[in-house]
Design a protein around this ligand. Structure first.
Ligand code: SF4
Length: 458
């Protein structure tokens, strides 16, 4: 229950923080304008694009085991190695072993939520390995000692002034630096790391069953991370698979339209394996870790399987009034907002995270914006039902409702409660503090049935 009380405590603090709310409102208003503009500029029929994407992802789910095996076979033929990780512990063990065997002391890393999910930075720091985040947003939160605030824009909660103050303290740049100067400072900080790192770690936006990983990005850091160091480790969730290259024609623009309001990101890399004989650059080794970590359990439940269609665009977070009010850090999870509240209880346990399904107004804004048409708000309702069935969410609220149901389904019990309320009202008004006294309802002196009867008699 600690996760629930922590969530409630942090949410209450952030909800009352007007400066925080103003920053998020500004960021999301800019985002929404760009996304809506791009949807109408880039698509004749946005709804049809969503339907095609949903159908493709449903095909993927129906053939998931086969497609993953095809991926393994094909990318292995290209010289890469594939490892499977059932959970975070196994993935971490693979990484520990790979880096120990190769005596890795320095790692450069690009933005990847799967590495956050299995806490790669904490693992490597524990091993005495230096880790440098190469994505600007990730670098900002790393320097600030924080976790990503958002799955697409990790430093959304920081203004330029916040970042300038942080870079002034950590990198020694003038506190008055402009956005361009701050970007150049980050670039200067990272440039040499690409060529001095012993390994690069990336995620993957998509895996192609024909044997490739696909990464989209805007800074070129991902491409440098995967191509400069001698070892490239990819950590990707098993749901990232797509059948073939031709599917990217739909999914790349769909992801960027919903994620950042761009037609397409600046850099799109399709990597089929490590450096081949005769090639000038690229890593000597490429190792892909396919991460399950609760995804198979979700796959096995037909009602929740569709959450695996998610392409991590972040649109549902931006649309969610709860996320916009309490912010990303309140959730205490890798994946925040509506999709995080749907999948985290399945990935990390209903007992600890079922409360997140109540962090929703059920307004349906998340479902409306999702580019792969995941019925998010109904999945949140299903999570609530599941938590109740598993008796994980037993609390005063539920006990109260059970008692209310008992009373309201029996006229005799209802009348007994009314009499008790009439008898106890005067004493309660003396005992209760003023604020509660004002809210105390006045019980009816006579039951409705009695009043009806008396009315009829007159
Ligand atoms: S659930 Fe849909 S809207 Fe939310 S991150 Fe995933 S794909 Fe995007």
């Amino acid at each position: 229950m600690k996760t629930k009380s922590e969530f409630l405590r942090k949410a209450a603090v952030k909800a009352g923080d007007k400066t925080h709310r103003a920053k998020i409102l500004k960021a999301i208003t800019t985002y929404t304008g760009k996304v809506e503009g791009m949807k109408s500029a880039q698509y004749y029929d946005w709804q049809q694009a969503r339907s095609f994407a949903e159908q493709t992802k449903n095909y993927v789910l129906r053939h998931l085991p086969d497609l993953l095996e095809q991926f393994e076979r094909n990318i292995t033929t290209n010289g890469a190695q594939v490892l499977w990780a059932e959970d975070a512990a196994e993935a971490r063990e693979h990484i520990r072993r790979i880096f120990r065997e190769r005596k890795v002391r320095k790692v450069v890393k690009s933005k990847s939520m799967t590495t956050e999910e299995i806490e790669v930075n904490e693992l490597l720091e524990g091993e005495g390995i230096e880790v440098l985040e190469s994505d600007l947003g990730e670098l900002i939160v790393q320097l600030a000692g924080e976790k990503p605030y958002h799955i697409v824009t990790p430093a959304m909660h920081k203004s330029r002034q916040d970042i300038a103050a942080l870079f002034h303290e950590k990198l020694g740049v003038p506190a008055s630096s402009s956005a361009e100067e701050l970007t150049m400072a980050a670039r200067g900080h990272l440039r040499s790391a690409y060529v001095t790192a012993d390994a690069g770690i990336t995620g993957a936006n998509f895996l192609l069953a024909e044997g490739a990983i696909v990464m989209t990005e805007n800074e070129g850091n991902g491409r440098l991370t995967m191509s400069c160091p001698p070892v490239h480790v990819v950590i990707a969730g098993i749901e990232k698979i797509l059948p073939a290259m031709e599917n990217l024609a739909l999914f790349l623009p769909l992801l960027t339209t919903s994620g950042t309001g761009q037609q397409i990101t600046c850099y799109n890399s399709v990597v089929r394996g490590p450096r081949a004989a005769g090639e000038q650059d690229g890593p000597q080794e490429m190792i892909v870790i396919l991460l399950d970590n609760g995804r198979s359990a979700m796959y096995a439940e037909p009602e929740f399987q569709h959450a695996l269609r998610c392409i991590r665009c972040g649109a549902c977070l931006n649309a969610c009034p709860v996320y916009r009010t309490v912010g990303g850090h309140a959730y205490g999870t890798t994946y925040q907002g509506p999709i995080g509240s749907v999948i985290t209880p399945h990935m990390r346990g209903m007992a600890q995270f079922s409360h997140l399904s109540s962090a929703s107004s059920l307004c349906g804004a998340c479902t409306q914006v999702c580019p792969v048409q995941i019925d998010l708000h109904h999945l949140l309702l299903k999570n609530r039902a599941k938590a109740t069935e598993e008796k994980r969410g037993v609390d005063l609220w539920q006990v109260g409702f059970a008692g209310w149901a008992k009373v309201m389904t029996s006229r005799k019990r209802l009348e007994g409660v009314r009499r008790l309320a009439v008898a106890g009202e005067a004493s309660l008004r003396v005992i209760l503090p003023h604020a509660l006294r004002k809210r105390l309802p006045v019980p009816a002196k006579k039951s409705f049935a009695r009043q009806w009867q008396e009315g009829a008699e007159h």
